[in-house]
Design a protein around this ligand. Structure first.
Ligand code: GCW
Length: 711
């Protein structure tokens, strides 16, 4: 017995645990290695600046891993297959080649196959060091995804200026809506202990072109602005700097009262203005390239300018004035809704902000969630996009899956992001897509950006599950270029993260691409929304009612009765449709023409309403709930058959998580049907199984320690 156990005991505890993300750099297949070696035989890369050092190190690490041998470095091209990386400043070869680096911008790059003294060479060139680093990651990605390195002629520069992660991390390491363990920021040990993990975080982000990170929760603690915490932030900024990532902090509006000794935080009070100016001066003395502030004000109990009868613009401008001398930016959130206004929460941000268009200073970006309610599995695009031509709007997506099954449900968010970005606002005629609103091209803005609420934590695999890494990845890639295809990005990610074997890649990409629709189906089909359990949002709670505010209940959103179901936001109802541009408004307003996926978002229809399939609404709901569960079952089966392409450890975890997802999808379906059936009073269509338990059973379930709840 003892002997039989011995080999297991000496095996490493972790085969592949996901820690390397998409930067695994495992050796390429033998069939490909020879070709690649001929294209990558020596590296010519300067190491005069921290960014150059990082670039060179990444290429040596990546190519070394992919080719299975250390790549020789040199000063000049001495053989075919050289790789030259740099800028006109760092590389005489780049200058000699006379490349057109004109419109690459500071962060862009080109990758081209050229001849240097008759020798086949690949040049990765940029105007600035950081562009060369981005180019290096792109070059590595070509190999990681099994693409040819011959006759390369690529040019890339980001479409959006600020590409940010928002960490909802508290200073005690609790992560609001976090499902990947504690915060990676170990504030207590900073600044003296700088965890090597911070460098890996920076590498991963730089590989996507993410260039900004907001370290602390928008439900902010003013302590993050105290000298001790600024020292800690400075240490992180020092790690991220070579990777082109600037740090931002969420600023608590009432900080002058909490960590200063003022009696007010009124933005028009000169003492308050002085306080913020001197705070900004202090921050920039500590962190010279500090990015600026992100602010959640007068929303969900946070302090803000309205506490003093001032507008959001007055609040934002006061912070802007403090940052302007240093070149900082204010990201002011538009996610506001008040207790008093109960007519329709979906209308509130628009009503609040549109009148302020043109009133914000030049360095203020308004950060708008993708939809008007709150990161639901599916929402129509936020009506603010296109409605504030004089104000740059940035997108806020949620990467962490607060409303999409936490870390255990396999839900690839690429299609959700893509659907929103491609939606046409018709603001300045056809083609005024959300992507073009936020990249500044619709209204000619210089500032532009995207924020993603991070799904990163201290778990070994960073994101709580292997497939959630794909959501970080796709977010970053779309922030770089919001017109990319989410399918193409999924494929890249699968190849880099798991395997280049097409027998694995195609079924997994298929699984991922349908997974978001499946979640919509088993949670909130046909435009239903915000039906999750109260507080922690884990699992179904369509029965949630009562409590402190109507718009924190489910019944507020589904409005189901004996007659029918849905929130009437048409011209006959709350008239939220009027916030869209006329073409879109007319379509959403017309129950016959509204895209069916938004039917119950905009319309209240009877249970026997005939849907496009020909089925009555009730039957269609049951059909969709059931279809969602079926999809998860198929994903699970499909994954089970793919074991031979993946390491056992990751395969087993994904398999177990799919098991959880299947169980919970069934729970969502059954609980929703059990509840809505009490109102529709209709039987299940033939062939559909009744819920496994009674409604009482589902209503009684409690999850007191569900992760991520707000505090
Ligand atoms: O999605 C909701 C969350 C809150 C969050 C808020 C916001 C940070 O439930 O936890 O608070 O949105 O975006 O401000």
């Amino acid at each position: 017995m003892a002997i039989a156990c011995a080999p297991a005991a000496v095996l490493p505890a972790h085969a592949e645990d996901g820690h390397d993300l998409w930067l695994r750099y495992r050796q390429v297949a033998a069939s490909q290695a020879q070709g690649y070696r001929a294209q990558a035989s020596q590296l010519i890369a300067a190491q005069g600046t921290p960014t150059q050092v990082a670039t060179r190190a990444e290429l040596l690490r990546g190519l070394g891993g992919l080719l299975g041998a250390t790549l020789p470095t040199s000063e000049t091209v001495t053989q075919d297959g050289a790789i030259v990386v740099g800028t006109a400043h760092s590389s005489p070869l780049v200058t000699r080649l006379g490349l057109d680096l004109g419109n690459l911008g500071a962060e862009g790059y080109l990758i081209r196959s050229v001849l240097v003294d008759g020798r086949r060479t690949t040049v990765i060139a940029a105007r600035e060091d950081i562009g060369a680093l981005h180019g290096a990651f792109h070059f590595l990605r070509l190999m990681q995804t099994s693409q040819s390195l011959e006759r390369l002629d690529l040019r890339e520069s980001p479409r959006l200026k600020l590409r940010a992660l928002n960490h909802w991390d508290n200073l005690d390491r609790y992560v609001e809506r976090g499902y990947a363990g504690a915060s990676i920021w170990d504030w207590h040990k900073l600044p003296d202990y700088v965890d090597p993990r911070y460098t890996d975080y920076a590498r991963a982000n730089a590989s996507l072109g993410i260039n900004a990170t907001v370290l602390n929760n928008v439900n902010a603690n003013a302590l993050s602005l105290t000298p001790a915490y600024l020292q800690k932030t400075a240490a992180l900024a020092g790690v991220f700097r070579p990777y082109g990532i600037r740090v931002f902090l969420s600023a608590r509006f009432s900080a002058p009262m909490e960590i200063g000794d003022l009696k007010t935080a009124d933005p028009l009070d000169p003492a308050v203005q002085r306080w913020w100016r001197s705070k900004a001066d202090e921050i920039y003395r500590t962190i010279p390239d500090f990015g600026g502030f992100l602010v959640k004000a007068n929303s969900e109990g946070q302090p803000g300018p309205q506490d003093y009868g001032r507008s959001h613009a007055e609040g934002a401008n006061m912070l802007s004035d403090a940052l302007t001398p240093h070149g900082g930016t204010v990201m002011w959130r538009a996610f506001v809704y008040s207790n008093e206004e109960t007519n329709d929460r979906a209308k509130q941000a628009y009503a609040e902000f549109v009148p302020l268009d043109g009133k914000f200073r030049d360095n203020v970006l308004l950060q708008v969630k993708n939809g008007a309610i709150d990161f639901q599995p599916r929402e129509p695009f936020h009506p603010l996009f296109g409605a504030m031509p004089a104000t740059p709007l940035m997108m806020e997506f949620q990467i962490t899956k607060e409303y999409l099954g936490f870390a255990t449900h396999l839900v690839y968010l690429g299609p959700l992001y893509e659907e929103t970005l491609r939606a046409d606002t018709h603001a300045r005629g056809e083609g005024s897509t959300v992507a073009r609103v936020i990249d500044g091209s619709v209204d000619g803005h210089v500032l532009s950006g995207m924020a993603g609420v991070a799904n990163i934590g201290a778990d070994r695999n960073w994101s709580g599950s292997h497939f959630d890494q794909a959501n970080w990845y796709v977010y970053g890639r779309l922030a770089w270029n919001p017109t990319l295809s989410s399918r193409a990005i999924a494929e890249e990610w699968v190849r880099m993260t798991f395997s280049n074997d097409d027998r694995f890649v195609s079924p997994v990409v298929e699984m991922m691409m349908g997974s978001r629709q499946a979640a919509v189906d088993y949670m909130t089909p046909l435009g239903l929304h915000h039906l999750m359990a109260r507080g922690h949002h884990h699992g179904p709670g369509p029965w949630v009612h009562g409590g402190p505010r109507a718009d924190w209940t489910s019944v507020y959103y589904h409005r189901a009765s004996k007659q029918g179901i849905g929130f009437d936001r048409s011209t006959r109802g709350s008239n939220a449709v009027a916030q869209y541009f006329p073409r879109v408004a007319r379509q959403f307003d017309d129950v016959q023409r509204v895209p069916e996926e938004f039917l119950l978002w905009f319309h209240d229809v009877p249970w026997d309403y005939k849907t496009r399939s020909g089925r009555p609404l009730w039957d269609e709901l049951v059909h969709r709930y059931t279809r969602g569960v079926g999809y998860v079952r198929e994903m699970r089966d499909s994954w089970k058959g793919l074991g031979r392409y993946v390491d056992a450890e990751r395969h087993a975890q994904v398999d177990a998580f799919l098991g959880i997802q299947e169980k919970e999808a069934q729970w969502w379906r059954d609980a929703s049907i059990a509840y809505f059936q009490t109102l529709s009073g209709r039987p299940l269509p033939p062939g559909f199984a009744p819920p496994a338990h009674s409604l009482d059973y589902y209503e009684a379930l409690e999850f007191p320690n569900a992760p991520g709840d707000g505090r």
